[in-house]
Write a protein that binds this ligand. Structure first.
Ligand code: SPD
Length: 410
């Protein structure tokens, strides 16, 4: 598509509320348009009133003013009891995993100030909560971590008289193995954990984990791995032909051998800067989650995301409320808000992960570029090589912990 046409499309998405202004500006900045042209486009976008897009949430009812400005009329659904809303909410999320404009919009509409802290792995999240952090209201654990937290009695049952927007979620993403009745979790985003590499240096044909674990000379010291024990050990196990949740001593010893041999070629274990290192050219290949891979491709089109022939993990992250949450009702209202089709669509377009929100897809809130990307929505033949990480029990987790520490400290 020509840059001008692409810009026109984004402007339309912005006007229809599908793209935040910040994202519009970011994307326009990526096109080789002259600065005056960008200026004219943005001025033109501003001069058109943004129409209200349809929403799956029931609207209509006067609202309480937010701390920063007047809420848009009727934006709090009638089934939310606004007298029960607190003034603040503490959100503990993965880094770069929400469109920040949505937090502002929630604050302006519901009068609730959202404070967000971030973490880099499920194990960090668990350790933080077990270490006594009792202030968080909404957390975003992945599948297997939901199982672990349910078993530890750490999660609050969700209140579906408030989270009515659960009906917007694709039935196939509901009732997952880790929470069969969605008693404690609502799917947020899903994706895969393959690798991205620079085709301008390495060509078009990379398909195997071999490139990551036994890198060719030009890639050595330019490999980045996720800083995530289950992901890294799981990828090594898959490359070696084992199942991803393997706990046998034999399989883990082989994974350890592979990871120790790889370590001298690893530039960093990082789940937060892997994309930046690729874009900067400091890394040529990086173990990465789908959304981060796609965002970095926008910045550097020579990058390509691969789901390796040996397979990789598929995962689903979820919105949950810890048992200790101080603002439980407000947490339920926040989860309800995030599942509105317009909100979920904007979020998915911003962070570029697979959205379980069927209504957002059907109502046209999700960019075609995201929907048509086989890296985000893999075709059926690719699905066959994807595996879910599962809770391996206390003894298994201890083995993974020990192995991970050995790799990181070697
Ligand atoms: N940028 C944050 C992405 C969060 C992805 N969560 C994936 C967990 C997979 N085990």
């Amino acid at each position: 598509m020509r840059p001008e046409n692409l810009a026109q499309r984004w402007l339309r998405d912005y006007r229809q509320g599908r793209l935040s202004r910040r994202e519009l500006l970011r994307r326009l900045g990526l096109l080789s348009l002259s600065v005056p042209t960008i200026g004219t486009l943005v001025a033109c976008a501003r001069s058109v009133e943004t129409p209200t897009a349809p929403s799956g949430a029931t609207p209509a009812a006067p609202t309480t003013p937010g701390e920063q400005g007047t809420p848009s009329a009727g934006a709090i659904p009638e089934y939310i009891d606004r007298t029960k809303l607190d003034k603040e909410l503490n959100f503990y999320n993965w880094s770069e995993y929400i469109d920040p404009d949505l937090l502002t919009e929630f604050q302006e509409t519901y009068g609730v100030k959202v404070t967000m802290d971030t973490y880099a792995s499920n194990e960090d999240l668990l350790a933080k909560l077990q270490g006594g952090a009792t202030g968080y209201d909404v957390i975003v654990p992945s599948d297997y971590m939901v199982s672990i937290m349910i078993n530890l009695g750490m999660l609050e049952p969700l209140d579906y008289s408030v989270i009515k927007t659960i009906t917007n979620i694709e039935p196939e993403n509901l009732k997952p193995y880790y929470d069969p009745e969605n008693t404690y979790s609502v799917p947020y985003m899903w994706g895969t954990s393959g690798y991205s590499y620079d085709t301008s240096v390495l060509g078009e044909d990379l398909t195997s984990w071999k490139e990551v674990f036994e890198p060719r000379p030009e890639v050595r010291k330019k490999v980045v791995m996720l800083d995530d024990q289950r992901e890294v050990i799981g990828a090594a196990l898959m490359y070696l032909g084992y199942e991803i949740n393997e706990t046998s001593d034999e399989a883990l010893a082989k994974a350890k051998e592979l990871l120790l041999a790889q370590k001298p070629y690893v530039l960093a274990y990082s789940s937060q800067n892997n994309d930046d290192l690729l874009v900067a050219g400091e890394a040529l290949i990086a173990h990465i989650w789908t959304g981060d891979a796609l965002l970095s491709e926008q910045e550097k089109p020579s990058l390509r995301y691969v789901i390796p022939i040996e397979g990789c993990t598929v995962w689903q992250d979820n919105l949950c409320v810890p048992k200790t949450a101080p603002h439980k009702y407000t947490a339920m209202a926040f989860i309800d808000f995030l599942n509105r089709p317009d909100i979920a669509g904007r979020n998915a377009n911003y962070i570029m992960y697979g959205s379980p929100n069927k209504a957002a897809r059907e109502q046209g809130y999700i960019d075609e570029a995201v929907l048509q990307n086989p890296g985000v929505y893999p075709p059926p033949e690719v699905w066959k090589r994807l595996q879910w990480i599962k809770d391996v029990g206390e003894a298994g987790a201890l083995k993974y912990d020990r192995l991970w520490t050995e790799i990181k400290t070697a």
